[in-house]
Design a protein around this ligand. Structure first.
Ligand code: GUN
Length: 298
């Protein structure tokens, strides 16, 4: 996209991938293999696409990967025994259970069962605790990808007012926490806005950096953003459209209306999405290195 306001996630992901290629080569030189196992339960079309992309990213980096497809009606105890098997398999370095899971399965129980050293999503409470206390093992993929975008485009967060719209465990909560950490690539003043917040527009329009992660198509309009602010759009929403597939993907931000007002913005698609997968690859290599007691070159 030929616009100097666009934060191009594909470009940043390519740059991260170049760094990771060196790390993969370093591990190979030490005769260390890397393997990510992804579990997909059921047939959710969006989840199938995400899982396929994760496999492709592994392939591109010569990281072994396996996707285990399990039926929608699988019993919780069968999923538990699969994860226990992978926890004990020395050839499996990373385990990712694609969310959401069907209602008969207790998501929290499954997340807590994954060996924290193989938890490449950073969903396990032990890893969340490490993150919050400022000593992370791996970083949650989407928030980490957002910080990489800001770093790549030299967007300073120190002392800035960052408003996180959304409080999910996958994006909103860890994002807010990472932005307030005491280090030069964070140090922001953070406000979290959610579905029960009052005066949402007045809070978001005070943001120097606005991160929209509420899963509502075109929720953020031009009246909700500050002149000259940076807007990061995490949303991937399907809206009906006159296309071959019958839908198109749009973000949580009304891109066209917000663009003239902001200084920088991530597009959808091509913004945060590619970064999530790049950071998953990074976490997989961190897991491999840690399990082998070796430090990766940075
Ligand atoms: N579902 C939506 N995003 C994610 C993610 O980052 N990891 C997993 N495991 N499931 C998801």
């Amino acid at each position: 996209m030929a616009n100097d306001k666009i934060l191009d996630g594909k470009e940043v992901a390519r740059s991260v991938t170049e760094r990771l290629k060196h790390q993969v080569q370093f591990l190979k030189n030490h005769r260390i293999n890397s393997k990510l196992v992804v579990i997909l339960v059921g047939n959710d079309p969006a989840s199938r696409i995400y899982v396929r992309r994760k496999g492709k990213a592994c392939e591109q980096l010569s990281i072994s990967s396996e996707t285990i497809f399990l039926p929608e009606n699988i019993k919780e105890k069968e999923l538990i025994s699969k994860i226990e098997e992978l926890n004990h398999d020395p050839a499996t370095n990373g385990i990712l259970v694609q969310l959401p899971l069907p209602p008969q399965i207790d998501e929290k129980k499954i997340i807590e069962l994954i060996d924290p050293t193989k938890d490449v999503d950073c969903f396990h409470p032990v890893n969340i605790g490490r993150l919050v206390s400022g000593h992370p093992y791996v970083l949650p993929c989407t928030p980490a990808g957002i910080l990489e975008i800001l770093k790549y485009y030299r967007i300073d967060t120190e002392g800035k007012h960052a408003v996180v719209l959304g409080r999910s465990n996958i994006v909103g909560k860890p994002m807010a926490n990472m932005l307030l950490q005491k280090n030069p690539s964070a140090n922001a003043t953070v406000t979290v806005v959610h579905s029960r917040s009052k005066h949402i527009a007045s809070l978001t329009s005070d943001a120097d950096i606005l991160i929209a992660a509420i899963g509502k198509a075109h929720f953020v309009n031009s009246e909700m953003v500050k002149e000259g602010s940076v807007v990061i759009d995490v949303g991937i929403n399907r809206v009906e459209a006159d296309t071959e597939k019958g839908y198109r993907l749009v973000g949580d931000v009304d891109f066209e209306s917000v663009l003239p007002k902001v200084s920088k913005i991530t597009p959808v698609p091509g913004g945060v999405g590619p970064m999530t997968i790049a950071m998953l690859m990074q976490n997989t290599l961190t897991a491999v290195a840690t399990q082998n007691g070796i430090l990766l070159p940075q």
